[in-house]
Write a protein that binds this ligand. Structure first.
Ligand SMILES: NC(=O)c1ccc[n+]([C@@H]2O[C@H](COP(=O)([O-])OP(=O)(O)OC[C@H]3O[C@@H](n4cnc5c(N)ncnc54)[C@H](OP(=O)(O)O)[C@@H]3O)[C@@H](O)[C@H]2O)c1
Length: 231
């Protein structure tokens, strides 16, 4: 059987790098993307040095030109994708409530956490359509839950709630072709989560990798620890 092929955004560090590692350990071919070329190549070389099938491609998810170029390059080689992991994300709220958050912060957060994943998903659909088991995994957050969202990070929460609605819309419109789910990794010790977070990156990546690889996953759900949670 052909190797399964995944692409992961924001994979030069944190949960993204770990998702690439876990997928590649399962003998997948993984395209590791990052907006910083040097950091992305370094992460890729570290994994490839362990014998893993990992390739680098530069991608700033907020740059439409980058997205177009990536889609063109992947169309030429490898010509198909099985899984897109929309992992790249920013948290820039700086302790401001929704009464004081600047529109600039809101816009920049939406660009990275919502418009980027949206445009990238659309651009890579032709390649996902060539898979017999295509999936999009949107790395969201409990802070984006409408049912439990008040956590003091308004721009971030709004962007992840929008990402979740993107999951719902795409899951419906692509039914039978691509499974689309949101996932909360939990509170993870990364640059974003900070050193006091309760989870390792290995644990944070677990449900993301499960949604990418398990034969029996749902469609159009919000998942944490392999279980459905409320929107
Ligand atoms: N850590 C947690 O507790 C936690 C909890 C819930 C959800 N999440 C979500 O999990 C995902 C991964 O977060 P993390 O904890 O691994 O955070 P992280 O260590 O801060 O990593 C974020 C990654 O996203 C990349 N990124 C940001 N903007 C980008 C852009 N425009 N284009 C491409 N890449 C971009 C960063 O690249 P640079 O290095 O260039 O900045 C970095 O590689 C995010 O979507 C986050 O919202 C994390």
């Amino acid at each position: 059987m052909d190797k399964r092929i995944a692409i992961v955004t924001g994979a030069n560090r944190g949960i993204g790098t770990e998702v690439v590692r876990q997928l590649a350990e399962k003998k997948w071919k993984v395209i590791l993307t990052a907006r910083d070329e040097a950091q992305g190549r370094k992460a890729c070389e570290d994994l490839a040095g362990r014998g893993l099938d990992v390739q680098f491609h530069r991608l700033d998810v907020t740059d439409p030109e980058n997205i177009h170029r990536l889609a063109q390059d992947l169309k030429a080689d490898p010509g198909r994708l099985d899984v897109l992991v929309n992992n790249a994300g920013v948290l820039m709220d700086e302790d401001r409530g929704s009464d004081r958050i600047t529109i600039e912060t809101l816009r920049r957060t939406m660009e990275a956490n919502f418009f980027g994943p949206f445009q990238l998903s659309q651009a890579l659909l032709p390649l996902l359509n060539r898979s017999d088991d295509a999936r999009i995994v949107n790395v969201s957050s409990g802070l984006g839950q409408l049912s439990d969202g008040g956590g003091g990070y308004p721009a971030y929460s709004i962007s992840k709630a929008a990402l979740n609605m993107m999951t719902v819309q795409l899951a419906e419109d692509l039914k039978g072709r691509v499974k689309v789910n949101s996932v909360c990794p939990g509170w993870v010790r990364t640059e974003m989560g900070g050193p006091g977070a309760t989870r390792s990156v290995e644990k944070g990546a677990e449900s993301i990798v499960w949604l990418a690889t398990d034969p029996m996953i749902p469609n159009g759900k919000f998942i944490r620890d392999r279980k459905e949670i409320a929107w």
